[in-house]
Design a protein around this ligand. Structure first.
Ligand code: BGC
Length: 723
């Protein structure tokens, strides 16, 4: 079960289909738009790190020049599924190798029939190599013309980011180079075509079309004979080299056959799946969905670049403009930490390099230490837009406060930093980089906590917790508990550094001014930061939550909208409708701090108040883990499958904007920490499982790395609930 396929094409579901058929190799991703192009397609290639700003928007990943275009003419009639008759259509994505294929049997308006197949992949073996093949088997004798282009006329939904630089032909390869308007990033594409198959090529020409250099190949075809053209495109940006055109041309020169390119790519993918695959027997939908979600993470993961992060919509759509959120550290990083630590390290290095920008943000707000931005792009400065148009009424503007006050991200990044160290045992990295992240974010929390003399406690006021339905709240339990954890961890880290790298401990103490008075203050904040817990164990999500109008999701049924849409942005602030797990998210991350009973009490209270069906896509996967914790097996599967289907079935109707990356990675949490119940000892010295598999699952198997050693988990029906 490795293939995602369909046999119909409708323009209406085009954007969704393009997202799920995205291909990529961790350097770039290309949406599954068609080679021949359709009016409402959202064709896009996003290259990691190639951002550009424009006066009316914050910075965003610039939709790169398009490497896909192939126009096919049968006796002068242009192939398009919008004309003539589509006699058959199949499209398939092989998740095992990342190869996307499409076969169409087409009857032209003039009565000519041909079977046209396309195959494309972004080589995982060579991240600068993109491969596309086109095969045409006519059922008539006559001419077939194939025009393969590079197209620089791309935009981000109407916004042009590129200026033309150069184009031409050199040694049979054609090239195009463009530069982003504001950031000045260069990209060059070079294309080489190869003729295969039995059809006879009678003419080839280079057409120097402005910003769309084209190679034309004409064939004298015979019925039943296949005309085949392979298009190899190489891509370089100024993030790789100053000589983009030269490098792209050199790379395009490398003689490679289609079969060799395919082979090398398949071998590279086999290595990825060896580490990452999750086997689920007894549930075909869950199996394919799991692999699909992992595939989407793998194509977005930077393997050779530690200056980039993964956006909330990966590289698969225009949504969120390629910006990164806590989605990376809390949802995606654990997957990589446990299965591909080198990728996790790249992603953490991105944050480490942006500590200066985080310090700048803290200072600009009047605090010491490092405050990471809620949305991050290239520079590490805050890039959350302050105003956006209202989702339901485009004549209204909505103020977005997350960039100002959704501050928990700084603790989330520290959390992932420590998790990486605990699971990988990468001491050298932690000494050189990780420790500084934890200590400087702690410094921020020490400054951010406000002394409340009247109540003899520390408050963290005016924040947004994970539940974004409630803005400007005081003492959000998640934020306060994570801040407290961050501060506690700072002491652990300092002690650890003193024991393992005393010189670094001494240096960092001076550099970050971790004097005795500061440490004493941190101890005070740890002891006195407010986390309101009832005798029953129930934790108030923020001060005043209990006083809001009670709302249970069941009361809103039947519905097809989120609670926030039902109550309005302002109205949702005043009711107990939660966008995504908040207290439960805190208990998930700090699980060892809470008894099973406390988790149950909070699950019973918050689960019915959480908008898992229409709220944030980040909710269901983690709720599934917590449902497993409390033995709610029905809820666990319901939440898991909702997360697993998020993009495949376009559950929220916005998958066209790109993959919901946190949900995709979150399904890995549901399965590994929920259904298998994996727990690693706090010091990383060992692990246990506590299987709670859905009743119909017959087997769950996966592997992970602990301190560099590969661990295998294989749960079969015999071990249900017994391990
Ligand atoms: C969620 C956030 C998330 C963001 C990006 C929002 O809708 O509430 O938790 O970080 O989307 O995925």
């Amino acid at each position: 079960m490795w293939t995602l396929s369909d046999t119909t094409f409708t323009a209406r579901s085009q954007a969704h289909q393009e997202t799920i058929y995205t291909i990529g190799n961790g350097y770039l991703c290309t949406r599954g738009a068609m080679e021949e192009g359709y009016p409402d397609d959202r064709r896009a290639t996003f290259i990691h790190g190639v951002f550009d700003a424009a006066p009316i928007v914050v910075t965003e990943l610039a939709n790169a020049p398009d490497w896909l275009p192939v126009a096919i003419f049968l006796e002068g009639e242009r192939f398009s599924m919008a004309t003539g008759t589509v006699e058959s259509f199949t499209r398939a994505l092989d998740l095992r190798t990342g190869v996307l294929t499409r076969a169409v049997r087409w009857l032209s308006p003039g009565g000519r029939i041909a079977t046209i197949t396309f195959e494309r992949f972004a080589s995982l073996a060579d991240e600068h190599l993109l491969c596309l093949s086109c095969r045409v088997t006519p059922e008539f004798d006559g001419s077939i013309e194939i025009q393969a282009s590079l197209n620089g006329n791309t935009d981000n939904e109407g916004l042009a980011h590129w200026r033309w630089q150069a184009q031409g032909e050199s040694n049979g390869a054609i090239y195009l180079s463009n530069r982003t308007r504001q950031s000045g990033a260069d990209v060059a594409l070079a294309m080489r075509t190869q003729v295969e198959g039995t059809g006879q090529c009678v003419e080839q020409a280079f057409w120097n079309v402005q910003n769309a250099p084209t190679k034309m190949l004409k064939f004298a075809a015979k019925a039943g004979e296949t005309v085949a053209v392979n298009k190899f495109v190489s891509v370089f940006t100024s993030r790789d080299t100053a000589a983009v055109v030269e490098r792209a041309l050199q790379h395009a020169d490398t003689a490679i056959t289609w079969a060799d390119a395919l082979d090398a790519n398949a071998t590279a993918w086999a290595g990825e799946w060896e580490r990452n695959d999750i086997i689920i027997e007894g549930d075909e939908e869950a199996q394919i969905a799991m692999r699909f979600n992992l595939y989407q993470m793998l194509i977005a993961a930077p393997r050779h670049d530690d200056r980039v992060n993964i956006g909330a919509k990966t590289l698969s759509g225009f949504g969120y403009r390629g910006h990164s959120f806590w989605d990376t550290e809390i949802f995606m990083l654990p997957l990589f930490i446990y299965t591909a630590p080198h990728i996790a390290r790249n992603l953490l290095n991105y944050r480490y390099q942006r500590l200066p920008a985080a310090r700048h943000k803290a200072a600009a707000n009047g605090y010491e230490g490092a405050q990471f931005p809620w949305e991050s792009a290239d520079s590490g400065e805050e890039v959350t837009p302050t105003w956006v148009t209202h989702f339901a009424d485009r004549t209204k503007m909505v103020r977005i406060w997350t960039g100002d006050i959704e501050i928990h991200i700084s603790a989330d990044i520290a959390y992932a930093t420590c998790l990486y160290h605990r699971i990988t045992g990468d001491d050298a990295w932690f000494i050189a980089k990780g420790a500084e992240i934890v200590l400087d974010t702690a410094k921020f929390w020490g400054a951010r906590a406000e002394w409340n003399a009247a109540k003899d406690r520390y408050d963290i006021n005016d924040v947004i917790g994970p539940d974004e339905n409630h803005e400007h709240v005081n003492n959000n339990a998640y934020t306060n508990a994570m801040a407290q954890w961050n501060l506690r961890m700072a002491f652990t880290v300092l002690d650890w550094l003193k024991a393992h790298a005393p010189d670094v401990a001494a240096q960092i103490t001076i550099a970050l001014d971790l004097n005795e008075a500061r440490l004493a203050h941190w101890r005070e904040v740890i002891a006195k930061v407010l986390i309101h817990q009832e005798a029953s164990g129930l934790i108030e999500q923020f001060e005043g939550f209990y006083k809001l109008r009670p709302v249970l999701m069941a009361d809103l049924e039947p519905r097809s909208r989120s609670a926030q849409e039902i109550f309005g942005i302002e109205g949702a602030n005043h009711v107990q409708a939660i966008k995504q797990p908040d207290v439960l998210m805190m208990q998930y991350l700090l699980r060892d701090n809470y008894s099973a009973e406390t988790v149950r009490v909070n699950y019973d209270y918050y689960n019915p108040r959480t908008d898992l069906a229409y709220g944030s896509s980040l909710g269901p996967s983690i709720q599934a883990v917590m449902a497993c914790e409390v033995g709610d097996s029905e809820g666990a599967y319901e939440h898991f499958i909702r997360a697993a289907r998020a993009d495949l079935r376009d559950v929220r109707g916005n998958a066209g904007d790109g993959i919901h990356a946190a949900s995709a990675a979150g399904t890995w949490h549901s399965v590994v920490f929920g259904f298998a119940g994996l727990r690693v000892a706090p010091d990383g010295s060992g692990w246990t499982i506590r299987p709670r598999l859905p009743a119909h699952w017959k087997r769950l198997a996966f592997s992970f790395f602990l301190k560099g050693e590969r661990q295998q988990v294989d749960i079969t029906a015999q071990t249900f609930g017994t391990a």
